[in-house]
Design a binder for this molecule. Structure first.
Ligand SMILES: [Zn+2]
Length: 102
């Protein structure tokens, strides 16, 4: 029952309901079966709509974390031409060897 798509339940339900009403009052049992199929189809659709937004929200959270992490790593960097050690952009002299940076 869980493997069948909600749209199939709705289409089959509508088909049974319409054909039973067209054929006359002798097939009232089929009319109820058709209504039951439609109810199952709507129920499946409602269940799918309730569970779907939670999944998309889970996948969205790590993406926001990645962008903030990327900005930190892309900060301004400067390297000493003499010793090659990393220095802050605003520094005028190297902290390791005292080489003038600007
Ligand atoms: Zn240096």
């Amino acid at each position: 029952m869980t493997g069948i798509h909600w749209l199939i339940w709705l289409v089959v339900g509508l088909f049974v309901t319409i054909t039973s009403t067209k054929l006359g009052g002798k097939l009232t049992m089929f009319l109820w079966v058709g209504i039951l199929f439609i109810v199952i189809g709507i129920g499946k659709l409602a269940y799918k709509m309730l569970t779907a937004p939670k999944e998309s929200h889970k996948g969205h959270a790590p993406q926001v974390h990645k962008t903030t992490h990327h900005e930190v790593h892309n900060g301004p960097k400067r390297y000493c031409p003499k010793c090659g050690s990393q220095a802050i952009v605003h520094d005028n002299y190297c902290k390791h060897c005292g080489m003038r940076l600007r």
